[in-house]
Ligand binder design. Sequence first.
Ligand SMILES: [Zn+2]
Length: 547
Amino acid sequence: MSKMLVAVLVGLTVAAAPVGTSEKIDAEINAKIRAEADKNSQIMRTMHYLTDVYGPRLTGSPNHKAAGEWAIKQMTEWGFKNGHLEPWPFVNADGSPRPGWLNERFSGFIISPTTDSLVGEVLAWTPSTRGTVTAQAVNIVAPTSPTQAELDAWIAETTPKIKGKIVLVGAPTIVKVNLEPPALRRNDDDLKRQFDPNTAPGDGRGGPGRGNAPAAPPDPTRLNAGAVNTAVNAMIMKAGIAVRLNDAGRDHGQIRAFQNNTYDPAKAPPTVVLRNEDYGRIARILADGTPVTLEFNIVNRDYPGGTSYNAIAEIPGTDKADEVVMLGGHLDSWHSATGATDNAIGCAVMMEAARILQAIGVKPRRTIRVALWGGEEQGLLGSKAYVAQHFGTAENPKPEFDKFNGYFNVDSGTGRIRGGSVFGPPEGAAALREIFKPFEDLGVMGVTATNSRRSGGTDSTTFNEAGLPGIGLQQDPIEYNTYTWHTNLDTYERIIEEDVKKSATSIASALYHLAMRDEMLPRFAKDAMPAPPPPPGQGRGGNPAQR
Ligand SMILES: [Zn+2]
């Protein structure tokens, strides 16, 4: 085929959209996007900086800020404009500042009856040990569903036993061998069914619902696990222990370490999440009646707090420059690895999608804005602050609310994009479905509409909550929920370059088409806007540490 003929065919495709569709798909641009994504990909270079150089990127830490500064510098070098860190208050409910925090050193050993190194991760926003501490280990297991009197008796008996000790809190988890590992990729036919507008359930999540057996009414004389935990934490602080040890409770040495929920290192003991294998070993030796001596040295550092940042940069639009199409992911991570799949990759893919358009010389009609959020892991804090400040809500809109044309979000690891869910009427999903259609060969199987304004899980839902079209992109699972999400294994090595290049390709095209479209992305009309979610406290309380 000659070059000339290709050009003619491409031209025809642009001019004549297939019957039954309304989107103008620019096949020539799509071909350029594919070529740029394939030949000049910057994703792995971006990943190297965000993970190896600047990770981990815990919200409020200097690493997180430095990663944001690097991303802005990089996007500016690519030709983006208006790059800046946008501050937002990282504070407690009472307005007091949350400090920045980093773990600098950790070591743990069994000293007797054997000698060995221990593998663990320090809980965020907990204090250092006072130098190297050596103490007897004690394993405490609080009673299940006790009455208040039973719990009080247990606390009175336990408190003197833990003073000055290294305390294993809870029985070791027995992690069974998984004989049926979950699939790494999703099946094409399943996905096609999920994203078929005629069969999709409507929220784009699909999949079988979990059967909810009616729960027995709680016995009002018995305390629930939350109440018992609170009492155990108070006992531990009052007794004054050397180190608290929690069981990671996962297989193959995986550790998920979250935070001291008070964000105040003065309100928790030095705390380590030990790998299940070490926690179980110590607990089993103690259960023999054999004393165990452990040694720990933890050095954590606090930084002045109260402020965190979103990193923002733009490709300015032309005739519709006051309208904006956004894309992004959260830049903050947990601290026990370098946060590659959660979520440096979401940032790298979105930076790349916009870079591709810049590199092929696109002049978008609407402004394209990349946002790399902070504070996602503490409850979508950065995106919530941004949306409140710039857009408001459907009920209380700011002028920019009416100029908003969608926000693409990636936050499910390294798997390639398989489809999406957009907040809005079916027409919005239909437009995006047509825009993504040319990328079925890369695995993208469609887009469904959702009308849920409940936020949670990731930053696209912040936009949904406000009544704006957040576009949550769904991905192949690969090792996300099984191995890398929030674990000490979440590093650069877990990224599949082939997959993330595909994601950047399809997103770049969707971004381009939303930026060029004559009309805005269809949104709910005022009178069709679903009601906002119930105010905090009336909904189900989520634990941000489990996010
Ligand atoms: Zn995430």
